[in-house]
Write a protein that binds this ligand. Structure first.
Ligand SMILES: [Zn+2]
Length: 246
């Protein structure tokens, strides 16, 4: 394995480690967002369900009232047959009028409640569909993120072990320089500027490279860094070993 490949592999590992470290914050944040979205739809559904059940209870309770009023009216009519005088007759007639009026009111209430029913049923159906859609869409994401979160620390340990193994194959001086650059770039893990024969700019910062610098990168036996950003130049086409020690 030529040295350039080793230092490039090292950078790849550091980029992966940086991404894993970032995902320690990003994944739980994303997971909580997704769970909140599902929970909101679930609350909407539960609200719509409560509204529907409340209306159904009101209708059924009004129907029970109606039956009671009807039975009472029938009893009043029966009592008409047993009245003993005009006074009792008038009283029962009054009772009949009151009960008829109660039946009318209750019928009106039931009609009003039933008018609301289609809309409330629609709201419930829509909330249910909306919840099921969001839940179906997001459940694989929740599972995926949960698994990824559980695996982050193990993956970092594995990558770090690979890194240590690789570091032992790279000269101490070069590793020292590499680690120094990496120290300020932990978030990205990128310490290198990738240069090939035709490169005109630093791949890290975009600084235009003078012919002198390009020549130095191509020919120097010592590591060369970008004057602008401090990245370590690495030839990605193996024209020349970066460090003859390795
Ligand atoms: Zn640069």
């Amino acid at each position: 394995m030529p040295l350039e490949s080793k230092i490039l592999t090292m950078e790849t590992l550091d980029i992966e480690i940086a991404q894993l470290e970032n995902s320690k914050f990003e994944y739980p944040k994303k997971l909580s967002e997704v769970k909140n979205t599902i929970a909101k739809k679930e609350r909407d559904l539960s609200f719509a369900k409560e509204n529907l059940e409340k209306l159904q209870r009101e209708i059924s309770s009004a129907n029970i009232d109606l039956e009671t009023h009807k039975k009472e009216l029938a009893k009043s009519y029966e009592r008409l047959n047993t009245v003993k005088n005009n006074k009792e007759y008038d009283a029962v007639q009054k009772e009949i009028r009151e009960r008829k009026s109660l039946i009318e009111d209750t019928n009106r209430d039931i009609a009003k409640l039933k008018e609301k029913l289609p809309q409330v049923e629609d709201n419930f159906k829509n909330a249910q569909e909306s919840f099921e859609k969001i839940e179906t869409e997001n459940t694989p994401l929740v599972e995926d993120l949960t698994q990824k979160i559980a695996a982050i620390d193990g993956n970092i340990t594995t990558k770090t072990a690979e890194k240590h193994n690789l570091a032992s194959q790279i000269s101490a001086n070069l590793m020292k320089l590499y680690n120094l650059i990496l120290f300020g770039r932990k978030k990205s893990g990128k310490a290198l500027s990738h240069i090939s024969a035709g490169s005109k700019v630093c791949s890290y910062c975009g600084q235009i490279l003078s012919p002198n610098v390009v020549k130095k990168i191509m020919t120097s036996a010592n590591p060369v860094v970008c004057e602008n950003c401090g990245s370590l130049f690495v030839l990605i086409e193996n024209q020349k070993p970066l460090d003859s020690e390795a």
